[in-house]
Design a protein around this ligand. Sequence first.
Ligand code: XMP
Length: 480
Amino acid sequence: MPFSEDPNKILSKKPVGIILSGGPSSVYDDNSPQISNQLFRLDIPILGICYGMQLLIKVYGGEVGSSKNREYGNAILNHDGLSKLFYNVNNLTKVWMSHGDYLKKKPEGFTVDAITKDNVPAAISSKDKRKYGIQFHPEVTHSKEGDKIIKNFVFKICNAKSIWTAKSFIQNQIKTIKDTVGDSKVICGVSGGVDSTVTVKLLYEAIGDNVIPVFIDNGLLRKDEFEFVKLMFKDRMNMPIKSFNRSKHFLDKLKGITNPERKRKIIGREFIKIFDEISKKYDKLEFLAQGTLYPDIIESVSVNGPSAKIKSHHNVGGLPKKLNLKLIEPMKKLFKDEVREIGRSLNVPEDILMRHPFPGPGLAVRILEDITKQKLKLLKEADSIFIEELHLQGLYDTTWQAFVVLLPVKSVGVMGDKRTYQRAVALRAVSSRDGMTAEWTEFPHEFLKRVSTRIVNEVYGINRVVYDITNKPPGTIEWE
Ligand code: XMP
């Protein structure tokens, strides 16, 4: 919920705990997010992360030292073993620190429970053990035991109960969908990816043939993907889908466009226009279903400004203000691992559930300049070699996502005694749990060597391959 939410609305949800997230501001900034004191006066456990910790320090009378530069990086945390927050966490544990503003003076009654190797206070708690602050980010994959720390807060400090199951989610959603849709029809965009496949399967369980799965080839799909997905639905999901090849239309609209946000907006807008057009052919078609997940929303929407907008994910950012169809997004509160669990309960085959995420704007955001047929062809060929090799070497399933990016760079090379002056590509592969944070994958060198050799030998027009070794944060997974 946004920090500015009416405290009575927050309390009406009967929270058993509150987590104050991090954010880019400093507590002393003029417009920094502040939270109603009403919430601090209650006996509800609070965990403040980074900025949230600084807010706790300020509210409880301590002092925050400000620093102009906010940096992030790996650090080793050393905790004293006394705080419930660190129950079962190694005394020395790797965390992702935010070195921005820092604890200058503890609020009265607070203790420092952990420091980093450089003696920076990294965790504090109040005497009554209801308020906790941490200077690092437990939610990012670089914090090795971050999950444990969050679980400790949720289950050991807030005493929350774990009652979410895929089955209960499915039952509730089926009822909600039936109640919402009645006997109207729903058009659902599918892409062959996990999110839309599980979404359409759930809708199918709820309303049967009243869901119309639509698959549009926007010309920005991976090599052979259009045919693959059509067969996948026909043979393995037993679901008839309507497919349309609109590649030319999309490529025309994208002609000459280089700005990443514009590409995303155009693609989102054109998708919706096509859905609108198709839906007019059906009686009583009133709804559009999308496989939007929670990370798509967080990274696309700016809540009153402070949670900075990262990118417009197409199925959020591209929606027009006035949509003729009503939107259904049953997965919008979920993360990818939960969607996969739901897919398993709905008997979606495992290899489909384990397909790597693929962004709605597709290869458009993997060509770092304007899009042409020729560049798409190069990228598709190189990308298919990388993916094929991952399968062959048994590395596909252990990688969250892997792909090739076509760089706007030409470099000199030599092949068979001849000078070449051709394109460079970057290989990108990361491990992650939800796409929100990610670490670049440490593949065996032999594997990288093989992929690089194959791409340069087999794709005429590419003479150089580099490997992206940037984590998220600070990078994003896609390059645009
Ligand atoms: P970034 O690049 O933001 O990506 O770190 C996080 C995850 O989201 C995927 N992604 C998208 N998915 N529509 C989508 O459905 C989009 O516009 C979009 N942009 C990025 C990305 O591939 C990664 O898995």
